[in-house]
Design a protein around this ligand. Structure first.
Ligand code: FE2
Length: 295
């Protein structure tokens, strides 16, 4: 056995600010200012506070060839899809949707939230699928805040969406090896996470500041740090910080295949993209049934 090597920070980038749909502010890192196979995109949306009737979302649209993972910190969103699935996402809830061969879904504010207004804050991560899984059957996993495993130790709170941290394992079934941890680290706290060598790993900071990697690179809000290779990552919040650090730690085994990408479809070739467009246009990804009742 050789001693584990602590990963160094290779790159730190600032998120690119943008606007999604009708007035949802987003900060995008993966897929905009940095790439990290097997992830395709990381959008941090909000926090944005809407008045009554103002909240916006994304109406019916298709996906094929990858997975979308939505994690809500504040506000309430309603998901509906062409498989007949539907759920309201409340703060702390995670929705792991495998689009696979194709799904149509809508991501809209929940009715009462829309009516009353309020603050929306959360994330959407896109996880790529290897060629052998791109046409897998669509799957939808809904994990409430209570069902999300949490680990706690010495000023460190880890919500384990996928993979494991501090001996606690995530509860979603993933098609590929993915680590997705939300850390809240108090000033002076530190933690480490084993990540198999060869997996890509990075951290998105969305609150406070944290020292990352072997060099202890101080990384702040709306910054994404990509790590080099090694066996583990170290995170430390300096004692002098006045607020806890909020960090999403993402890691996964790289797929290493060609990517052909067109809007909501991510395949290996542009022939497959053209097929996806034909299939969607012909209604082969299904459609969302009209809402039943006034509810
Ligand atoms: Fe979507």
């Amino acid at each position: 056995m050789t001693a584990p090597t602590v990963r160094s920070v290779e790159t730190v980038v600032d998120a690119r600010k943008g606007m999604e749909g009708a007035g949802l502010p987003i900060r995008r890192t993966l897929g905009a200012v940095i790439e990290m196979d097997p992830f395709l995109m990381l959008d941090h949306f909000g926090p944005v506070t809407w008045g009554p009737g103002q909240a916006s979302g994304v109406p019916d649209h298709p996906h094929r060839g990858f997975e979308t993972v939505t994690y809500i910190l504040d506000g309430r969103m309603e998901h509906r899809d062409s498989m007949g699935g539907g759920a309201v996402l409340n703060p702390g809830d995670v929705q792991w949707m495998t689009a696979g061969s194709g799904i149509v879904h809508s991501e809209m504010p929940e009715k009462a939230f829309l009516k009353q207004g309020g603050t929306l804050h959360g994330f959407q991560l896109w996880v790529n699928l290897p060629a052998r899984l791109k046409m897998t059957e669509p799957r939808y996993q809904d994990l409430t805040a209570e069902q999300t495993p949490v680990a706690e130790a010495d000023g460190v709170l880890a919500r384990v969406v996928a993979g494991s941290a501090l001996g606690v394992r995530g509860a979603v079934a993933t098609h590929t090896d993915i680590t997705y941890i939300h850390y809240t680290l108090q000033p002076g706290a530190s933690t480490r996470l084993d990540i198999p060598a060869g997996h890509h790993a990075g951290a998105y900071v969305f609150g406070g500041r944290v020292k990352l990697g072997a060099q202890g690179v101080l990384t702040g809000e709306a910054q994404f740090a990509r790590f080099g290779d090694g066996d583990r990552v170290d995170l430390t919040v300096p004692e002098d910080q006045s607020t806890p650090a909020q960090v999403l730690l993402l890691a996964g085994r790289p797929i290493g295949e060609p990517i052909a990408r067109y809007g909501p479809f991510v395949m290996n070739t542009y022939d497959e993209i053209r097929q996806a467009i034909r299939d969607y246009d012909a209604g082969r990804m299904g459609r969302i049934a009209p809402a039943v009742g006034a509810g």
